[in-house]
Design a protein. Structure first.
Length: 401
């Protein structure tokens, strides 16, 4: 009997557990559904375009069958001319080609407005200039070559009585189409190399504020170098507890390092970021400053730049009072990769100095925890003079009498 009771008890416990799990899962699903945005419109849009593509394919298929029937009927009645497919294909190619060119122009006009605003750093302005020059050259070549391609395909389509010219080789033509692109690409590469060396030169980091940003799944930890502008050493063996970066506090240079809640930078002052990672490869990405650098575990990487536009100025430029510069991760480092965003604020030199005064070094905070300062004793009231008290009492007695 005791065995049956145990079996019943275990079975009832299992049923209760499963029912509670189902209820919890349903509750979680309901809560997630309530918090999730309404995606009905998105799926309706997707369904519309899928049906549009299917309908277009169906219409083309029907038109093709009609033309095929027409061609077979013409042949059956003795009309050997039939349909001139060469002209049809050439015309369709020409139409599709120019529609594609119009599409590229439309793309620039519509989605080109979604590009980043002007660069907010010195190196960013130089990077944008090179990007624009490269884009204008390649887009010009794209337009010219595609117009020539589709136009020639139409003009030189196969026609009755026309024979193609066998023209296998032309040294001068090959020299032209080889040398011109080679010269243009060489010039672009040279100016790109020059810009890259300027960005990573020792001069760009001269007198820079040293800031460390270390990535991990799925957050950033930022450390400022303090008054001495020198970061204390780190050792991964020391990571633990409050020491999230493994800073060696035996190194005197670490005693003024502090961890801010947000990155604050003075406008017009160079800053050098030291990047690192604790687990997988991350990529520090500050798009408005045109900065990106891989963060590799065990190997520090560097990027120096000078901010040129404050946060408030950029808010005015983009017309968004809630705009903020952000530090992102640009490597897909895991499921919550999208959460890796750290706020950056660019302010005036005066505001930056005021902000620095409010930052307390982490080493000082730890010392205050280990050796708390005893509160000052409360002031005691001095005892009253007994002689004066007796004299006052005697005077009172005399008056009563």
């Amino acid at each position: 009997m005791s065995i049956l009771k145990n079996i019943k008890f275990i079975a009832s416990a299992a049923v209760a557990t499963s029912l509670s799990s189902v209820a919890f899962a349903q509750e979680a699903a309901t809560e997630a559904a309530a918090q999730a945005p309404d995606r009905t419109q998105m799926w309706l849009t997707v369904a519309f375009y899928v049906l549009l593509v299917i309908a277009a394919g169906f219409i083309l298929g029907v038109v093709g069958r009609i033309l095929k029937v027409y061609e077979l009927t013409s042949n059956a009645v003795g009309n050997k001319k039939g349909i001139n497919w060469n002209s049809i294909n050439a015309s369709l190619l020409l139409i599709i080609g120019f529609l594609g060119l119009y599409g590229s122009w439309w793309e620039l006009g519509v989605h080109g407005k979604m590009l980043l605003p002007e660069a907010a750093s010195v190196n960013g302005a130089e990077t944008d200039r090179l990007f624009h020059i490269t884009f204008y050259i390649t887009y010009f070549v794209f337009i010219v070559t595609h117009i020539a391609l589709f136009t020639y395909a139409y003009i030189y389509r196969q026609r009755k009585g026309r024979k193609a010219l066998y023209y296998p080789h032309n040294d001068n033509l090959e020299k032209i189409w080889t040398l011109i692109p080679a010269i243009v690409l060489t010039i672009l590469v040279f100016f790109g190399w020059k810009a890259w060396t300027n960005i990573f030169s020792a001069e760009s980091a001269k007198g820079a504020i040293i800031v460390e940003a270390v990535g991990e799944q799925f957050k950033w930890t930022v450390r400022y170098s303090g008054k001495d502008n020198a970061l204390g050493k780190r050792n991964y063996r020391l990571i633990g507890g409050d020491n999230v970066l493994g800073v060696d506090y035996k190194d005197p240079r670490s005693h003024d390092d502090f961890y801010p809640a947000e990155i604050v930078l003075p406008v017009g002052k160079p800053v050098q970021f030291v990047f690192g990672a604790k687990d997988v490869i991350h990529s520090a990405y500050m798009p408005h400053f045109r900065v990106q650098m891989n963060c590799v575990p065990g190997m520090p990487t560097y990027f120096a730049f000078t901010p040129t536009i404050t946060t408030n100025e950029m808010r005015s430029k983009v017309g968004d009072n809630k705009f903020d510069y952000l530090l992102y991760c640009n490597k897909i480092c895991g499921a919550s990769h999208f959460n890796m965003a750290f706020k950056i604020k660019v302010v005036s030199t005066r505001e930056y100095r005021e902000w620095l005064k409010g930052q307390k070094p982490f080493y000082v905070q730890q010392q205050e925890k280990l050796h708390p300062v005893a509160p000052a004793p409360a002031p005691t009231t001095a005892p009253a003079d007994s002689v004066k008290a007796d004299s006052a009492a005697n005077k009172t007695l005399v008056l009563i009498k």
